[in-house]
Design a protein around this ligand. Structure first.
Ligand SMILES: Cc1ncc(COP(=O)(O)O)c(C=O)c1O
Length: 460
């Protein structure tokens, strides 16, 4: 969608879906108080959203009559509260490093509810995972050999494992094993005897399409049947993550893509539209799981759900972004405003390291809200401004695009980036310039005055 601007003809806009809970927080006055208290940027988290998404994924499994387990992909956000929610709801967690594993265990998630992914896992991670009874997604033959050695010599058996399949449709992926390697891995599991428990297969597909997921899942079910003939347990498959998040409406998204041009960005920065995250997705979250379960794999007679049921195969999934949809936002204070003729450069009190998309040849596109001490700014005028970080890096822009703000941003106003919990807020954060990492605030209660607490207590 484009709005007209008297100075620069049109300025594209991409509003996020309206979210009443986030709106309530924006209008509560709490954010200015917290900005004053912390003296820097911060993130707020809405854990009830995580609970609702988890319940929706489980309902999709239940409705399809499929036995399944949801594992939260921890890499998507470092907050402790998500581990706490997983522990409270008996959900699993997907970890990819020893510190992530320790975090999950430390917040009460049981080892048997943890799946360990990631390539070429360290000895430390594998040892800890075996000791805690975690399920390990083996990515390569040398990793399998190391794991078998650990299980044989460590005195703790069996090592629970999945074999990770390289998606044939994405053969340039660096993850997983091709058909020959998978066959060799199965033989090695047979030879290892009770040192290992080979529970099935896994994959992670890039992109968000549902049909390729269903097709590859059906192939993994076939692999399970072959493995069972060899005497292996092979009673589950993991289809990884990649359930899309729908940030904005179809009309706004397609209008934005059609309208945006380099002159709409600071320094005429040009992005390839193919590098943008697809900010609108007609099928997203738990509905994407429903679509995967209903899809009929090529050459098959029934949908994936029926195939899973008739073969007694349990379905695992590792959503990250989708469990965090609208479960958090990032808050920055305007620290300076510079006029550049036709638009302004707003400099905020943090950096683009708190908005990871900026570090992948891309831009986090949902419009930030301008929040004044009196609440969300409104008005019919257009005040285009890009948003820069308080660093000495020329390229440190939280938003290169000239966002059409409804009022002139002023020092002391807040910019709130919506829906940042999934991968945006903390994957790239670092204490650059000796700036402290932005704290995270958990909002457990929104009715009346929002009730807040720190996600982690400050270290003493
Ligand atoms: C093995 C694995 N599982 C789960 C995920 C989470 O994906 P998403 O956050 O898109 O659901 C990823 C993401 O790269 C992954 O590699």
């Amino acid at each position: 969608m484009a709005v007209s601007d008297p100075r620069t003809a049109t300025v594209p806009t991409l509003p996020a879906h309206a979210d009443p809970d986030t709106g309530r927080v924006l209008d509560s006055g709490l954010l200015h108080e917290l900005s004053h208290a912390f003296g820097g940027p911060f993130h707020f988290l809405l854990p009830h959203r995580f609970d609702a998404h988890l319940a929706a994924f489980r309902a999709a499994l239940r409705d399809a009559g499929v036995e399944g387990r949801v594992y939260y992909a921890k890499k998507a956000n470092k907050a402790a509260v998500w581990m706490e929610r997983c522990a409270a709801h008996g959900a699993g967690v997907d970890v990819a490093s020893a510190p992530e594993l320790r975090e999950a265990l430390g917040h009460g998630v049981r080892g048997e509810s943890i799946v360990v992914t990631g390539p070429a896992k360290s000895d430390e991670l594998l040892r800890l995972a075996v000791l805690q009874g975690c399920l390990i997604a083996v990515d390569a033959l040398d990793e399998l050999d190391l794991l078998i050695t650990l299980a044989l010599t460590g005195g703790v058996r069996p090592a629970r494992l999945l074999l990770r399949r390289l998606p044939p449709a994405q053969r340039h992926s660096r993850f997983g094993m091709d058909a020959a390697e998978v066959a060799a891995a199965m033989d090695r599991c047979v030879t290892a005897g009770d040192a290992v428990r080979m529970e099935g297969f896994s994959f992670h597909l890039s992109g968000y399409a549902t049909r390729p997921r269903a097709a590859l899942a059906a192939e993994l079910v076939d692999l399970c049947l072959r493995a069972r003939v060899l005497g292996l347990q092979a009673d589950r498959i993991s289809i990884g993550g990649g359930f899309a998040v729908d940030y904005s409406s179809a009309e706004d998204w397609h209008g934005f893509l059609a309208d945006q041009r380099p002159e709409h960005y600071h320094a005429r920065k040009a992005f390839r539209t193919g590098d943008f995250y697809p900010y609108h997705s007609p099928v997203a979250g738990a509905d994407a799981l429903r679509a995967v379960l209903a899809a009929v794999p090529e050459g098959g007679r029934a949908g994936l759900a029926a195939r899973l049921r008739e073969t007694g195969t349990l379905l695992m999934m590792e959503p990250g972004r989708a469990l965090l949809d609208r479960a958090g936002a990032s808050v920055f204070r305007v620290q300076g405003v510079k006029d550049r003729g036709g638009y302004r450069i707003v400099t905020v009190d943090g950096t683009s390291l708190s908005l990871s998309e900026q570090w992948f040849n891309s831009e986090y596109l949902p419009d930030p809200y301008l929040v004044t001490p009196a609440g969300r700014a409104g008005g019919s005028e257009i005040h285009p401004a890009c948003v820069a970080g308080a660093s000495c890096l020329e390229s440190d822009l939280l938003t290169w695009r000239k966002v059409p703000f409804p009022a002139r941003p002023r020092v002391g106003d807040l910019l709130v980036y919506p829906n940042t919990a999934g991968y945006q807020m903390d994957s790239n954060e670092s204490p650059f310039h000796d700036l402290p990492l932005p704290p995270k605030v958990v909002l457990d209660r929104l009715d009346g005055r929002p009730r807040w607490r720190l996600d982690r207590r400050p270290a003493c």
